[in-house]
Design a protein around this ligand. Sequence first.
Ligand code: SAM
Ligand code: SF4
Length: 510
Amino acid sequence: MADCSKIRKFKDPADYVKRFVIREEIDKYLPGGRHFIDEGKIARLISETDGKPADPVKVREIIAKSESTCETLTPEETAVLMQVTDPALFEEMRAAADRIKKKVYDNRIVVFAPLYMSNLCVNGCRYCGFREGNAAQKRRVLTMDELGEELDVLAGRIGHKRLIAVYGEHPSTSTEYIAETIEKCYSHAVPAPRSGRKNAIRRVNVNAAPLPVEDLRVLRSVGIGTFQVFQETYNRKLYEQMHPSWSVKGDYDWRTTCFHRCLEAGVDDVGLGVLYGLCDWRFELLATVMHARDLERWFNIGPHTLSFPRLEPASGTKVPEESPWLIDDATFARILVIARLSVPYTGMIVTARESAASRNHVLDHGMTQLDCSSNIAIKGYSDFANEAHQEKERQQFMLGDNRSLDEMVRYLASRDTITSFCTAGYRCGRTGGCIMDALKTGREGKFCKINAVLTFREWLDDFASDETRKIGDVLIEKELAGIKEWLPKFYPTVMKQYEATCRGERDLFF
Ligand code: SAM
Ligand code: SF4
């Protein structure tokens, strides 16, 4: 059980709203009152480059730097990449993004599922169906028994090993509740349909509101994976329009300094994101680069992941339809490529908010993680037995890609891409600064390839349909042949673990 004795507790939402933000934990990271998101500089870079053709020589130099160093680009360099409109030059960028992704993460895609724990919220975000005051939303917080039912489907029927647990911001889903739900996810083991072997969730990432340092220490103590907080928009003025000043979320500085607090607390895998469609995407990408660089400057650790949610229709709001900054699929693809080149070492997540066609299209644009078999209604997995059922009043927004995990694994295999269920990294200390170095040098990619094969074998034997298993077996043979060629001396050790996995041993990793 997590020790929550040091954290502040609130019962009354009004009290929570008034007292949650801790000023000193913001000011510490804004020395001299200067914010690391330099909005003046961003505006200047956009106006200097707007409508001007890119210099191909400069673009190629920047691509080469990104590829050879794997270091975060400067905002000026990112601005140059944003100028590229020529299809042939963009294709050079895309191909480089794909090469970098493969160097850092190999030919694998990590899969996960979202698990919504609650939709009670004290905030009033204008684009979100969960916002306070939206009477159309059916509110609930999962009890531990209900969470168990959700896990029966996620870990027992589908075979997920990695979750992103999502929480509204409310005293009823306090840090104690978050900690308890994380512990429950790790401890709830369920027999798999194909083999009867027990499966449990091995990595719980969290998407929740920014927290104080003490609370983050509690989450660290229960083994949180990545702490993910989307900035929504880095444009302060627009941020203030979207998030009323009476709300906790209305404090721009509390949100932007949240990852500094995470890293201070030892939660060193942090997941950044922007809600694309609220503001000019160029502004957001340049700000993301500034954010990543400031984290690197303070802690020598950058974002573990970047997410690219796009605004989707939601209950009781017209913002997602009426925003002047909505982006089309081609721009979305551009954003991914520029992000991969700008922060080369980071994981990149494209969620099922996207259509299947859009996700298929951007698979070779630098992305590394997908969710599938997703259901974002509260208690949606157990109530709908994982049919692709959606109900606007029970969920935050509508999903675009309803493919099951089995279908996705098969699709990825048809594109020579291995689905990885690996969660070894953080469990053997490869997080934060340690993993940053391993990623930049391509070392992590090698561990990942082997662990991807072992966990893929587990999943194929425990959960796959016959059709998917057949395709998966062919891909595994190919991967093993690749490992033999590339690591001949280590190959027998790998095979020992592989054969043990085939015999039914579970959770073996390097
Ligand atoms: N309540 C926490 C917060 O806001 O940080 C975390 C959970 S919130 C449900 C997760 C994310 O959903 C938000 O950060 C926002 O980016 C995203 N979101 C909200 N409304 C959305 C919409 N209409 N379309 C797509 N994403 C949306
Ligand atoms: Fe609440 Fe998060 Fe939705 Fe805002 S985005 S209303 S904070 S759940």
